[in-house]
Structure formats: structure tokens, C-alpha cells
Design a protein. Sequence first.
Length: 479
Amino acid sequence: MNVRAQHSKEIPLAVDLDGTLVSTDLLWESVFLLLRKNPLFLFLLPIWLLSGKAHLKSEIARRVTLDAAHLPYRQDFLAFLYGQHASGRELVLATAAAEPFAKAVATQLGIFSAVHSTSPSNNLAAQRKASLLSNRYGPKGFDYAGNDHADVAVFEAARNSIVVAPDTRAHRYQRTHGCQRFDAKPTGLKTYIKMLRVHQWLKNLLVFAPAVLAHNILDPQTFLASFIAFVAFSISASAIYILNDIIDLPLDRQHPTKRNRPFASGQLSIPFGLSVSALLLLGAAAICFFLPPMFAAVIAIYLVTTTAYSLVIKRMLLLDVICLAGLYGLRLLGGKAAASLPLSFWLMAFALFFFLSLAFVKRYVELQFSTADEGDRIAGRGYRPEDIQVVGQSGVASAFAASLVLSLYIQSSEIKGLYSEPWLIWPLVPIVLYINMRVWILAHRREMVDDPVVFMATDWRSQLFIGLGALLVLVATIL
């Protein structure tokens, strides 16, 4: 922060909201709050916009409620405002946000003596905001804090200006006029990797399973097709994760760890996220041209299902975990379609129960750490705290069912055509049971992260047993 001017107590300080007081845009957030409430509102948005941006904001604000307590406030700038308020200076909120949202923020902070905001007929931005403040407080009778190009007109009408996390035009104005400035924390590579959820790409290694189990992974053409499928699933998953994070902003901000995600914390903007998501989806579509048409169909089903899960299914009792298990099955189908390989019924049955168990782990952990009262649903889910025992029992039962399917497969006639000594892979049954049950025991002890797949990929004991299982399959294949 570079302090270049002293502010008199007699001169009120007008403060912008979007991008200045908070590191987000409430219009974008309210749009997704509305769509989360009912996706069909998507068709009304352009109709409302035809009557003007002010009308659009007002119509949205009538239908959604803003959680002002958990917005990503710019803490250094907010601390400055608290100091100004404590010294007796008049602070006013002057924003293009809809009136209900502006009043909710003002009520939450308790430092603003007046609120000037967008009405159904007047979008309070740029020159309109400058004119209102000049008429209310007199020419050069106020100071102003803003952040973007729309605020330049208000900067010029104000006595002094404060520039907060500026865009290109606001930055240029600040450099020319030497205004006081508050900078945002720099966004590093780690933030973008976190946005893409690169660690979740481990799940997409399942596309190699059909080639591995068909003993065809060393064929260059098969490996290349599987690898391309892996890339397509990974970037498709990242695109949907971005969309999911944007939809879940209000819930993530109430979560002890998810509130640090790039969009929930305000490190990255919603328009940026939507742009990246669209580019990733275009990349996935382009990749599909290099693989059989059936793979494109699988990717399309995957995208539709994951989007439906983000919008609706994740809040539906039991259907959510079945959907999650089904998405793992789609990865196996994708690997089969990409390399034009047969897919075993046994593999699909095993995957269904194995990943259903892990999906139940996610819900079990969420129920453990939920603060919801008995009889109330946990935030964003269809489960209640009293469901935890049934969820746990269902997950453990699924783990044993997966091991049972594996043991029946080892004794089936199908395996004899692949392995001359099937008994060598019998230890896979206790290995799989150990890996899955260890996850459940740690979850019961409250020592499990909310994603068991990522946990198994980073836990050395799980890695040891997974490696041992892979070695047994390799040996059985060679002999």
C-alpha cells in the first residue's frame, strides 16, 4: 500500500463494492445462485437483459438471497475502512450492485452511513454514479475507492481517489495521478493448478484399465489411444470442476477447507473461470476427432452427467453416490471405446461396488464434520446427520461386494484365457479388501480427507499394496 494523500474527516469516502470491497462480482454470483435454484432461469436472463442491466439485476435480486457474512472481503482494505470509521469519518457504499445485496453488505459490516445502489430503473455505474455522488456531496465533495475502468469517471469527479486491485485502466489512472493504492495478492501457478484440480486427474487413469487387463497396453497404438482418452477426460473433468466450484461458491465459503478454493476465496474471477472452462471443453471436443465416434459419445454422456450432478443430482439422496460410481464406470467405457477393446462384465461390476464404497466414504466424512442439527439436511446434500450409520454400513457392504465380485472373477472361465496360473492373482482379493477397509477405518477415526481416491494415491501404505497387486498381475501375465 502506498499512502499518498491524507483524508479529511469532513470529506465522506464513497466505496465501490464489486472488485473493490469484495474480490468478486455480485452480478455473476447472483446469476449462478439463481441457476442453482432452478436452471430453467437461464432462458429468462436474456429477456430481462433486454430491458436493461438494472432490470436484470433487480429481477435476480428478487429471487436470491446473498450471504454477506461469507463474501471474500479484501481484508487489508477492509481494515483501512474500519480505521477510517473509527476515526469518525463518514463512509458510504456506492455500488452498481442491486439494492438488496448492497444493503446486506452494509448491514453485515456496520460502517456505512448511507447506501447508494442500483435500482430497477437505474444502473448506478460509471458516469451515473459520478453524477449522483456529485449532486449529493457537491463537486469534489467526496473521495472515492474503486477498482476498474467503470470507476475512472468517478475518480475524476472525486477530490481524491483510492485504487484497489486495479484493472488496466484503473492502474493507468493511479500511475498518472499518484492515488493511494491497495494491491491484490498475486496469483501464482499453484492457484491455477488448484483451479484445474490436477490431482483429480488420477481418477482418469482408469481409462488404461481395459488395455491393461486385455494385456494390450504395450501395443503403441493402443497405448496412444488410451493416453489421448486420458487427456480428454482430464480436461473435461477440469472444465466441470470449474463450473461446479462456481455453482457451489456459497457452500464452499462455509466449509473449513473449501473456502480457500480459487473462486470461493476470490483469487480468480467467475468470468475467467467460465472462459477457461469453455476452452477446455473445446479442447476435449477437438481430441474426440482423433478417436472412434463411440469415445465421443462416452465423453458427451460424461459431460452431461457431471453437469447434472453439479446442478441437481449431488443434492439427491443415494442417487448422488450411484452417479459418482457410474462416472468411474464411464471412464472404463471411455478406455474401451478409445482403444476399441472388449470390456469385461466383471470389471464393470467390480468398479461399481468398489467406487460406490468410496463415494459413500465422501458422504460419511461430510456427515461427520457437519454442523447441521438432527432432522436437518447437511448443506448442499440430501443427507441428515442421523443417516451416518446407514451410510457407513452401505459403504462397508459395497467394499465387501467388490471383493466378492473379484473373487468370483478369478474363479470364472473368462480368466483362464488371460492367465495360465490364475491362482497367482488370488492375493488381489485381500489386497483390495485391505485398501478399502483401511479407508473406512480411518474415516471412522475422523482421519480421512474428503476424497478417498486422492488419499489412496498419496498414502504410502495404499501405494505399497497397489504396487504389490500390480506386480502379481504382471507375474501372472508373464508366466
